[in-house]
Structure formats: C-alpha cells, structure tokens
Write a protein that binds this ligand. Sequence first.
Ligand code: SAM
Length: 208
Amino acid sequence: MSSSSGKTFIVEHLDPELGPWSELEYIAIANESQAEGSTFILSSLPPEFQVPGALQSNAAFRAERRGVEELYAADKSRVCLLDPSAAKDLSPEDGETFDVFLFGGILGDDPPRDRTSELRKKGFEGRRLGPKQMTTDTAVRVTRIVVQDKVELDKIPYTDFPELKFSEHESTEMPFRYVKAEDGSPIMPQGMKELIQKDADKALDDLF
Ligand code: SAM
C-alpha cells in the first residue's frame, strides 16, 4: 500500500445526539471508506450511543468512546484537522505528511457557527477545503479525493448551493458545496433527499 492510500478519517462526534441526518452522513462515509480502502472512526461517542445496524456490519468502521486527543496523544503531528478557518488549503502532498484526517461531527448550519473551533483549540495542524462550507460527508469525500486520488482541490467538480426539486412547486436550496456527480446532481448520502423533503413538509405542516 502506498503512503497516499489507506488513510484514517476521524469524525469527532460533537452533537449531543445522533440525529437522522448525521446517521445518513456517517453511513455514507463508512460505505465509501470500505470501498476505497480507508478507515472511518467515529470518536467521542457518549456511553449510551447505539451503533446503527448499517454501521455494525461495515469492516472499515470503528466506534470509539475516547476523543481524538486521547487516541493520538503520542502522535499529534500525524493528524490534520479539516478546518474552514485554516490558513492553508489541503493539497495532494498533505497525503505524505498526514495519515489521519479529523473532521467535526457537526451538522452544517447557515450561517456557520464555527463549532470546528472546539477541535482547533486542541492544537492539531489545520487545512481548509476551499472557502465554502461542506457537509461532513462531502468534506471527507473531498479530502479522500485530494490525499488518496491526488487530485488538486480546485480540479474537483463541485456544485454550490444546489436546488433540490421535489415536484413542480416544491424545492429547497441547500446552503452547502457538494461534489458534482456525472449527471450534474450533488453527491449526497442515500436517503438524504427524501429526509430533506420530509423535514420540509413537516416544517410547512407546523406553520398551519
Ligand atoms: N458550520 C460548521 C462549524 O460550526 O464549524 C461547519 C461544520 S461542517 C458541516 C462539518 C465539518 O466538515 C467541519 O467541522 C470540518 O471538519 C469540515 N468542513 C466542512 N467544510 C469545510 C471547509 N470548507 N474546509 C475545511 N473543512 C471543512
């Protein structure tokens, strides 16, 4: 295995519970990690955390009660924090310097609340994935394309703030950057579009 493959992606779970959106994102990260020969660790999990069924059978996935600081106490320099406020953008060469990539397990918010700062305080070296906020699964996907496939950040096809159309009269704009699939659609976890539609319908029902 070359130094650029077989990376470890750690998502430090920072939300109090595992909501349905995060669950779909984590399942997508685990499936892609298994397919691409990487490891996915979900760290800092509360004791009552129940590993979803779809993750239990995934050989690339590991659930951890310990936080990243404890896991990599002796070897902090191997860990790169993906940080929207970092001064330097991620590059394929970073795949030679780091073999662990750390992300905030935070749902995207608009405007961004900078909760990644909780990880920045721990002193890991940071890299940015360009100027736009990505969902956590997109951030992991883009990092893998850069450090494992060695594609420059600005050569990846993106779609920014895509509009999801549910019907002729119903659509939602997503305030994030996604990787663009060949058919032009944003790459999203399986089941996410349906969940977004369900939440939008519920928000509308609650208004009446
Ligand atoms: N609004 C958020 C915050 O409070 O920091 C951003 C959360 S984002 C949905 C989840 C994680 O994806 C971040 O903690 C970060 O690790 C990664 N991420 C997303 N967009 C990024 C970017 N443009 N550059 C670097 N990391 C990014």
